[in-house]
Design a protein around this ligand. Structure first.
Ligand code: ADP
Ligand code: MG
Length: 317
């Protein structure tokens, strides 16, 4: 199969027909009509085999992850995702792998109503890049804007994906039904929450590198300090049962890959934020406050300083 029939068979079906796509897959570039008054929100993420996912991980889970990491970035900006382009570098043409990959990508993009409008296909070490384009009508959420006195809150539970990663390393084809493995394999970007909290939260980030590292990014961009009560971190019963309380807390603080949203919320907006979270059936837990200063300080339930065992993931240190 040549490159063109590969694209026609596996990727062209992921384009959603729309009058806004004036030119889609097949030409030199895509041409889009954009709704008047809306801003374009663009994000791109690359997954490298063996770096961002375990080597040999099932292809539909690789595709889901590729979509989720990008959609999660748009969720953190409060944007509605609309389009994606895919740059695919493959070591061999393995049709079974491609079929599973395209299936996983189609499901993940389809659920978010994202249309694949182009890409690039090359040979080389397995590397996957997705760019997503979304829109916001008004100001986006961002890492800037946290104010002293805001409450720090986080969606869902933290640390499950870190425990799930270990299961996936042991079993890359991941056939078992373990809930921790599932939270690593199938992260759910918090799109509706992010979009609903635009104009409610003062700042947001998606938790990809680990809670403390990511909250630190908000603080750096906003010029404030975070005080996190680590006794309040939301931990799932599956995580507690699997690794115990101490390691669960460490994973929740620093584990990464959670793709939850960490948010700063002005006290006056807390009611609206909790009401939205309840309506979406997404847990939203208050875990700290924004203070004057810089950096992230961890305290226990009595306000005493605690030193985290590990910090978040970094590529270049
Ligand atoms: P060019 O040589 O002009 O870059 P390509 O041969 O790379 O064109 O791509 C042909 C068409 O197929 C383009 O419209 C491109 O966007 C699309 N395309 C290529 N690879 C993919 C892919 N993996 N997924 C979706 N569309 C793709
Ligand atoms: Mg090309």
């Amino acid at each position: 199969m040549d490159e063109f029939s590969l694209i026609a068979r596996y990727f062209a079906p992921l384009e959603i027909p729309s009058p806004d796509v004036l030119i889609g897959i097949g030409d030199d570039a895509a041409v889009l009509a954009w709704p008047a008054g809306e801003h374009v929100v663009a994000a791109v993420d690359t997954l490298v085999d063996g770096v961002h996912f375990p080597h040999g991980l099932r292809a539909d889970a690789v595709a889901h992850r590729l979509a989720a990491v990008n959609l999660s970035d748009l969720a953190a900006m409060g944007a509605r995702p609309r389009y994606a382009t895919l740059a695919l570098t493959l070591p061999v043409l393995d049709e079974a792998w491609l079929a599973a990959f395209a299936d996983g990508l189609g499901k993940a993009l389809g659920t978010a109503r994202v249309s694949l409008i182009g890409g690039d296909t090359t040979r080389g070490p397995l590397t996957l890049t997705l760019q997503v384009l979304g829109s916001v009508n008004g100001a986006a959420l961002s890492r800037r804007g946290a104010q002293v006195g805001d409450v720090i809150a986080v969606s869902g539970t933290l640390g499950d994906a870190r425990a799930g990663l270990e299961l996936a390393l042991a079993e890359p084809l991941a056939r078992s039904q373990d809930p921790l493995l599932a939270s690593f394999l199938w992260p759910t970007p918090r799109l509706a929450l992010g979009q609903g909290l635009r104009g409610v939260a003062s700042a947001a980030i998606d938790v990809s590198d680990g809670l403390l590292a990511d909250v630190g990014h908000i603080m750096r961009h906003s010029g404030c300090a975070a005080e996190i009560d680590v006794s309040r971190l939301p931990l799932s019963s599956a995580l507690l049962a699997s690794v115990g309380a101490a390691r669960a807390r460490d994973y929740a603080q620093s584990g990464g890959d959670d793709y939850e949203l960490a948010l700063c919320i002005p006290p006056a907006a807390l009611g609206a934020a909790h009401a939205l979270a309840r309506q979406l059936a997404v847990p939203l837990t208050e875990i700290g406050v924004v203070r004057a200063g810089s950096g992230v300080r961890c305290v226990d339930g009595q306000g005493r300083d605690v030193t985290p065992a590990t910090l978040g993931y970094r590529h270049f240190v």
